[in-house]
Design a protein around this ligand. Structure first.
Ligand code: PLP
Length: 374
């Protein structure tokens, strides 16, 4: 052992808390949603009585062929392919880009984290356009970068002029834009994206809900724009939220750099088997996506009938509602007592609101009945 490196001990060991990176002490933590068994235990409700519409999960679950493939798979004891080659080539065909443009991750959350670790240093600024997905400010804080908030306009479209003026500051390096946006459900317009891309900043377009949207994907544009990164995931359309498989689409030279900082076994074998089987059975799964899109219209009508909810048109598998004349937190609790879990949002940019994930027809009926008694 080489003892010459050891720091001289004066007043005993330093408290470990003094060694934590100082900016992490004031971190505003990410507020995650909880799985059904935890909701059941904490709420004293039988798991089969829970209608879980707080996480934009797929109420139909994975394709039956995914379950069969997971059962058939016989190499759970072997490390996964660090290059995720089979999944990436299937994805390349699904998305219409080259496999060299794709990086797969432990959910698209991991790609978000890799992006900030790849690009940001203390002193850099990330532009965030709220109301939006909470992961963006969270990962920005964790890596010690600054956040510039540019609020969306009242119709939740981008305030492009304000975004451009913040991106013009030298410290601004990266912007997150979800399309369709969570929790508002509206897609990013091409002219908004192109204005932002022209600044040269890294533009991350998060298409977690793309399969539910009638607006075209921006994935094909990574070939023309080196500063564009598009994120997709199996969590929502394919019903694999618990298995954690997402991916980023970007110029091959950027993908190559990201590959070098990526943990090699970040996607586990179950995730790989399930994602590959989902792509092989995409016709069936997209059929269920079609049912969810149909159900979205029914849910929208039922929410509006309640009288105190103002549903906002959505291209995703959820509907945001502003609540009028009642406390949204109260409404959430009353629905929870009937086993219905939805997301309560109450922030300066989006006060007194509720987000309902689109479920099956019987879930819409349960919501309608419960709202009638609120
Ligand atoms: C749900 C969601 C994700 C998370 O996707 P994972 O692949 O499950 O990590 C990413 N972005 C947005 C906007 C989401 O709503």
């Amino acid at each position: 052992m080489n003892t010459s490196d050891a720091a001289p001990v004066s007043g005993g060991p330093r408290p470990v808390s003094s060694m934590v990176r100082p900016h992490l002490k004031d971190l505003v933590p990410y507020v995650p949603i909880l799985p059904t068994d935890v909701l059941s235990r904490e709420g004293g409700i039988a798991p089969e009585a829970i209608i879980k519409l707080d996480g934009n999960e797929n109420p139909y679950g994975p394709s039956p062929k995914v379950r069969a493939a997971l059962e058939r798979f016989d190499a759970y004891h072997i490390y996964p392919d660090p290059n995720q080659g089979t999944l990436r080539s299937k994805l390349a065909e699904y998305v219409g880009v080259s496999p060299a443009s794709i990086i797969t991750g432990n959910g698209s959350d991991e790609i978000i984290d890799l992006l900030v670790r790849m690009f940001l240093e203390p002193g850099d600024t990330v532009v965030n356009c709220g109301p939006t997905f909470g992961m963006y400010p969270f990962v920005t804080q964790v890596c010690g970068a600054a956040l510039a908030e540019v609020a969306r306009r009242p119709d939740f479209s981008l305030d492009v002029d304000a975004v451009l003026s913040v991106l013009a500051r030298p410290a601004s390096k990266l912007i997150f834009l979800a399309s369709p946006n969570n929790p508002t459900g509206n897609p990013l317009a091409p002219r908004e994206l192109h204005a932002v891309l022209a600044t040269g900043a890294i533009v991350v377009v998060d298409e977690a809900y793309q399969e539910f949207s009638s607006a075209p994907s921006y994935a094909g544009e990574v070939a023309q724009h080196e500063n564009l990164v598009v994120l997709r995931t199996f969590s929502k359309w394919a019903g694999l939220a618990g298995l954690r498989v997402g991916y980023g689409i970007m110029a091959p030279q950027l993908a190559h750099l990201m590959d070098q900082i990526k943990p090699p076994y970040n996607v586990n074998v179950a995730g790989l088997v399930a994602a590959e089987a989902s792509l092989d059975d995409r016709g069936y799964i997209l059929g269920r996506v079609g049912r969810i899109i149909e159900e979205r219209a029914h849910l929208f009508a039922r929410l509006r009938v309640a009288g105190f909810l103002e549903p906002i048109a959505s291209e995703a598998n959820f509907i945001l509602c502003r609540v009028r004349g009642k406390d949204a937190g109260d409404v959430k609790q009353k629905l929870e007592r009937q086993g219905i879990f939805i997301k309560h949002i109450d922030t300066p940019l989006l006060p007194n609101a509720l987000r309902f994930s689109v479920g099956k027809p019987e879930h819409t009926a349960a919501i309608a009945a419960a709202l009638g008694s609120v």
